[in-house]
Design a protein around this ligand. Sequence first.
Ligand SMILES: [Zn+2]
Length: 194
Amino acid sequence: MSKIYDEVLSANAGYAGSFGDKGSLALPPARRFAILTCMDARLDPARYAGLAEGDAHVIRNAGGRATDDAIRSLVISHKLLGTLEWFVIHHTNCGMELFADEVIADLLEDDLGTASFDGKAWTNPHHHGGHAAGHFVKWHTIGDQARSVLQDVRRIREHPLVSPSIPIYGFVYDVRSGRLDEVKAASEAGKAAA
Ligand SMILES: [Zn+2]
């Protein structure tokens, strides 16, 4: 087994060993809110938003984008599990700003292994075994964080299955300071119906 495999299982043994009364937590999030945010390893929503187990839903994907699947989770979060407020949180220095759809599709068509980035362009170290399927995927890349947050809040707000009673707040997390900066236009667009 790999080193990481062992580390994860060892960390889990420690966690389970001091699990305490968390086994009796209710399924619906106690603080009744949800966060949609990026999978970026530097972001820890439990810490940056002060969450404990059982508090809130956290939905993560590359970019924290309001994809169909993210919206599916949010709709379930409210409809079946009672969350009443949602946050969309993108962040500075997001990897989703570093490529365009054609770039990742071309790289994948050439080779499926990890590509490298020199600060300007992506290149594959090897060139075999790629596939063209990437050209048929919408990758939801980001050009400007404030704009992507606004777009995503709007998309969620206007979705036919999203209750107008849910306020949706838009933020950009700053990876250098740990601070959440509100995107006013997004939170305005995400206001709940009176
Ligand atoms: Zn990101």
